[in-house]
Design a protein. Structure first.
Length: 116
């Protein structure tokens, strides 16, 4: 089972046991839940839209670290202008512990009534 979650303006495809790196999250406690999700795949059955409204992805916080360095270089020819700058984004490490899709509650009344 896998799910596609949205965090930090980006989408991540996750499954239980994955360790992912997302933009810095300020979370209370040691777990984070993501809801609503974009797509949930349950053993080859894909759920989208209203089917995934109640689906939940639970992740455990592992820590924080800095991401890869991004070098910014600005240059204009023939004018002697050049600027160099670097940036390292703070990232949060998450371990996906569970992708849960609750069973549908909508059962028809005709199937519940006993036949005579």
């Amino acid at each position: 089972m896998y799910a596609v979650i949205r965090t930090g303006g980006k989408q991540q495809k996750v499954k239980p046991g994955d360790v992912i790196e997302v933009e810095l999250l300020h979370a209370d406690g040691d777990t984070v839940t993501f809801q609503p999700l974009l797509v949930v795949d349950d053993d080859g059955t894909t759920h989208v839209g209203k089917d995934v409204q109640r689906a939940v992805v639970t992740a455990k916080l592992l820590g924080e670290q800095k991401g890869d360095k991004v070098n910014v270089f600005k240059y204009k020819s023939k004018s002697g202008y050049s600027r160099r700058q670097g940036h390292r984004q703070l990232m949060t490490l998450l371990e996906i512990s569970e992708v849960k899709l609750p069973a549908k509650r909508g059962t028809s009344k005709a199937s519940e009534e006993p036949e005579d």
